[in-house]
Design a protein around this ligand. Structure first.
Ligand SMILES: Nc1nc2c(ncn2[C@@H]2O[C@H](COP(=O)(O)OP(=O)(O)O)[C@@H](O)[C@H]2O)c(=O)[nH]1
Ligand SMILES: [Mg+2]
Length: 638
C-alpha cells in the first residue's frame, strides 16, 4: 500500500468528479443531495490504482464557492493536485481561488488537467492552454504539465495516469516515526458500531488497540478498527487515507477540525502567533482585530488578528499578527493556514504559524516583532534555535525538560541547541536551569545595584533579607532559580550570604561619624537606665534619631553586643541584662521558686520591667512559669 494522496481542485462543473470516476471507477458524490443537485458539496474519497500497481488515495473537492470550507479541509493533506479546467470555459473564479489556496497551503506538486476536450476545437483548446500558462506564472504550477482529457470518450486518460505515476514515484515520504497527527475531516456514528472518523494521516502511525487522544476537546479513545480504502488493516502509516473506529466515545464528541494524536502530545490553543500574507487580489484590507475565517488543517474557526507591526493590512502586504481564535485548535510551528474575509466571502490571504503557545502580546513592541521576524525566517527547522531562545526569554529561566515541553522539540535537540547557544555566550546554565545571558546579566546587575542602594540607605544594617531582595526581580522568576542566582553571585565573590541576610561581598556595617554619635548616645541612655530602661520610642526621641532608622540602629547595637532585646519595646544594656541574669542564677542556687515580687525586690526594679524580663527568660528557656512563680527550666522533666 502506497502512502500517497492525490487531490482535485478547480471551478464547479469543470469535470472533477467525473474525471475521478473515469480514473478510479468510484463516484465520489456520495451524498443524496449531491446526486440530486449534480454538484459536489463535501469531500469525496476514492482509492486509485496507478498503472505501476501502487494505490493512491484520492480526495475530490467541491468547486462551488459556497463549499470552499470543505475544499480547504481536503486540501491540507495533498501530495499531488490536479487543477481541473473546463476546455470551453477556461479559467473561472474558483480556479483562481483554489490555486491561491493551494499556493498558500504550500502544496508543491501538481498537474493541470483540461477537461471536456470532446466539446471544443483544437485551436480553442490551445488558446485556453495559453491563458492557463499565463495564469500560473509565479505559482507552484508554473512548470506543471498541462494535459487535455475527455472523461466521456476517454481521450488523454491513459497519458494522465502515466504522468501521475511518474510524478508521484519520487515524492518525499512522510514521517511515520513522529507523534501521530491525523486531522479529522469526517466523523459519523454508525448504529451498533460507534464513532468512525476519517482523515489523512499526515504524521506518525496508528495501530489497532492503541489509545489515542482527540483534541479538541481533549478526550481519549481506543482504536477498535482501522480501514484503508475499505479494507481492514492492523496499522496505518503517514500519508494514508484512513477510517478509524473509535471505542468509548459518546455521540458527536468528535468533529471535523479535531486532531487524533498521541496521548499527551498536543495541547489545544486559542492564541497563536503567525506571519500573514495578503493576496494581491484581495478585495479589501484587514484592520486591526477584524474577524476573519481562519482555516488550518481541517479546522475552521473565526480569528481576530491583532496586527503587531502595522496599522492595517492591505492587499499584497504581509504582517506579523497574534490570532485570537473563537475556538481552540491544534497546531505546530510552520503549519500553513488560509484566511477568508466575511463579506464578500473570499480568500484574502494566509500564512504560517510561528508560535502555537505564545504569551499575550501588545502591538508595536520592538522585542516581540524582532523575535517573530527571526522565527519567520524559517519557522520549522533553522528557526528551532531562535524559537528556543525566545521561549527561554519568555519563561525567564527553564530546565531542559521544561524547554522540551514548551518548544515541542525532543530533549536531545534541546540539549544540543543549548550547548550551541552557551558556546556563543547567548545562554548560561545556572543550577539546573538555563537563562538567556542578557536576562541573567540584567538580574545580577539589579541585585548588586539594589544591595548598594540598601547599604547606602542603611549603613548599619548587617544585610537585606533574601526574600526582600527577591522582590526586586520579576515575581515569575522562581525561588529555585533565584537561589541559584544568589549562590552564583556568592561564588563569584560579588555578594556575601550569612544565614538569611545578603550583602555586597565583604560588607561590614560601618557607622559614619554622625551615626557614631547617635549610637553612643543611645548606648549611654540605656546605661543610665540601668534595670529600668526607657522604651524604644523614648530612647529614640531622646537621642534625636529618625523613627525610620529604628531597626537599623537597634539591629546594629544588638549585633555589636551593646544592647540585648527583651521584647519589641524593651532593650537592656548588656551590663544591666547580665546583672539581672546573675540575680536569677544566685537566687536559684539557694531557692527552688521565684515570684515576680521577689525578683522585683532582688533587682530593685519595678514590676513592669521584671515581668518583661521573666517572660523573656521563659522564652529563652531559662525559666518556666508554674502558677504564680518561676522554676528553673531544666526542672521541667521532674
Ligand atoms: N462532454 C463532457 N462532459 C463532461 C466531461 N467531464 C465532465 N462532464 C460534465 O460536466 C458536468 C460537471 O461534471 P462534474 O464532474 O460534476 O464537475 P465538478 O463540479 O468539477 O465535479 C457533468 O454534467 C459532466 O457530465 C467531459 O470530459 N466531456
Ligand atoms: Mg464535483
Amino acid at each position: 500500500m502506497e502512502q500517497l494522496i492525490i487531490g482535485t481542485a478547480g471551478h464547479v462543473d469543470h469535470g472533477k468528479t467525473v474525471l475521478i470516476k473515469a480514473l478510479t471507477g468510484v463516484d465520489t458524490d456520495r451524498l443524496q443531495e449531491e446526486k440530486e443537485r449534480g454538484i459536489s458539496i463535501d469531500l469525496g474519497f476514492a482509492p486509485f490504482r496507478l498503472p505501476s500497481g501502487r494505490v493512491a488515495g484520492v480526495v475530490d473537492v467541491p468547486g462551488h464557492e459556497r463549499f470552499i470550507h470543505n475544499m480547504l479541509a481536503g486540501a491540507a493533506g495533498m501530495d499531488l493536485v490536479m487543477l481541473v479546467v473546463d476546455a470551453s470555459e477556461g479559467i473561472m473564479p474558483q480556479t483562481r481561488e483554489h490555486l491561491d489556496i493551494l499556493q498558500l497551503l504550500g502544496i508543491r506538486k501538481g498537474i493541470v488537467v483540461i477537461t471536456k476536450i470532446d466539446l471544443v476545437e483544437e485551436d480553442w483548446r490551445e488558446l485556453v492552454q495559453e491563458e492557463i500558462r499565463e495564469e500560473l506564472k509565479e505559482t507552484f504550477l508554473e512548470q506543471a504539465p498541462i494535459l487535455a482529457v475527455s472523461a466521456i470518450n476517454g481521450q488523454g486518460l491513459e497519458e494522465l495516469k502515466k504522468v501521475i505515476d511518474e510524478m508521484t514515484a519520487v515524492l518525499e515520504p512522510r514521517s511515520s516515526s513522529g507523534p501521530l497527527r491525523l486531522p479529522v475531516d469526517r466523523s459519523f456514528v454508525i448504529a451498533g458500531f460507534g464513532t468512525v472518523i476519517t482523515g489523512t494521516l499526515i504524521q506518525g502511525s496508528v495501530r489497532v488497540g492503541e489509545t489515542v487522544a482527540i483534541v479538541p476537546p481533549g478526550l481519549e479513545a481506543r482504536v477498535r478498527n482501522i480501514q484503508i480504502h475499505d479494507a481492514d488493516v492492523k496499522e496505518a502509516l503517514a500519508g494514508s487515507r484512513v477510517a478509524l473506529n473509535l471505542a468509548g466515545l459518546e455521540k458527536d464528541e468528535v468533529q471535523r477540525g479535531s486532531v487524533i494524536s498521541s496521548p499527551g502530545y498536543y495541547r489545544q490553543t486559542a492564541l497563536i502567533d503567525v506571519s500573514v500574507q495578503m493576496l494581491a487580489r484581495a478585495p479589501r484590507r484587514v484592520k486591526n482585530l477584524d474577524p476573519v475565517h481562519f482555516f488550518l488543517g481541517t479546522a475552521r474557526v473565526v480569528a481576530k488578528l491583532l496586527l503587531l507591526d502595522c496599522e492595517e493590512l492591505r492587499p499584497g502586504e504581509s504582517a506579523l499578527a497574534q490570532c485570537r481564535l473563537d475556538r481552540p485548535l491544534v497546531t505546530e510551528r510552520g503549519d500553513p493556514f488560509v484566511i477568508r474575509s466575511y463579506s464578500p466571502m473570499t480568500t484574502i490571504g494566509g500564512g504560517k504559524v510561528l508560535d502555537p503557545y505564545p504569551v499575550r502580546h501588545r502591538r508595536f513592541r520592538t522585542e516581540v516583532i524582532e523575535r517573530l521576524q527571526e522565527l519567520k525566517q524559517d519557522p520549522k527547522s533553522g528557526g528551532d534555535s531562535a524559537f528556543l531562545r525566545r521561549k527561554l526569554e519568555e519563561l525567564l529561566a527553564a530546565d531542559v525538560q521544561r524547554l522540551a515541553k514548551e518548544t515541542r522539540l525532543d530533549r536531545i535537540k534541546v540539549e544540543s541547541i543549548l550547548e550551541e547557544l552557551a558556546a556563543q555566550n547567548i545562554v548560561r546554565k545556572l543550577g539546573k536551569s538555563y537563562l538567556v545571558v542578557r536576562i541573567l546579566t540584567e538580574y545580577e546587575d539589579k541585585i548588586l545595584a539594589e544591595l548598594q542602594i540598601y547599604h547606602k540607605k542603611y549603613p548599619l544594617s548587617p544585610g537585606i533579607s533574601r526574600a526582600q531582595l527577591k522582590g526586586f526581580l520579576p515575581a515569575a522568576f522562581s525561588q529555585k532559580d533565584y537561589d541559584a542566582l544568589l549562590e552564583n553571585l556568592q561564588y563569584k565573590e560579588l555578594v556575601t550570604i550569612k544565614s538569611d541576610l545578603v550583602t555586597i561581598y565583604g560588607f561590614k556595617p560601618e557607622p559614619v561619624p554622625g551615626d557614631i554619635k547617635l549610637l553612643n548616645s543611645l548606648a549611654e541612655i540605656y546605661n543610665v537606665g540601668n534595670l529600668q530602661p526607657p522604651s524604644v520610642k523614648e530612647a529614640m526621641e531622646k537621642a534625636g534619631a529618625a523613627t525610620a532608622r529604628k531597626d537599623e540602629l537597634y539591629n546594629y547595637l544588638q549585633s555589636t553586643g551593646v544592647l540585648v532585646k527583651v521584647s519589641e519595646e524593651l532593650y537592656f544594656s548588656k551590663e544591666s541584662y547580665e546583672k539581672a541574669l546573675s540575680f536569677l542564677h544566685r537566687h536559684f542556687a539557694k531557692n527552688e521558686k521565684l515570684t515576680l515580687a521577689q525578683f522585683r525586690d532582688i533587682t530593685g526594679s519595678s514590676r513592669k520591667f521584671v515581668q518583661a524580663l521573666l517572660e523573656h527568660f521563659d522564652q529563652v528557656k531559662l525559666t518556666r512559669r508554674v502558677e504564680d512563680h518561676r522554676v528553673p527550666f531544666k526542672l521541667q522533666r521532674n
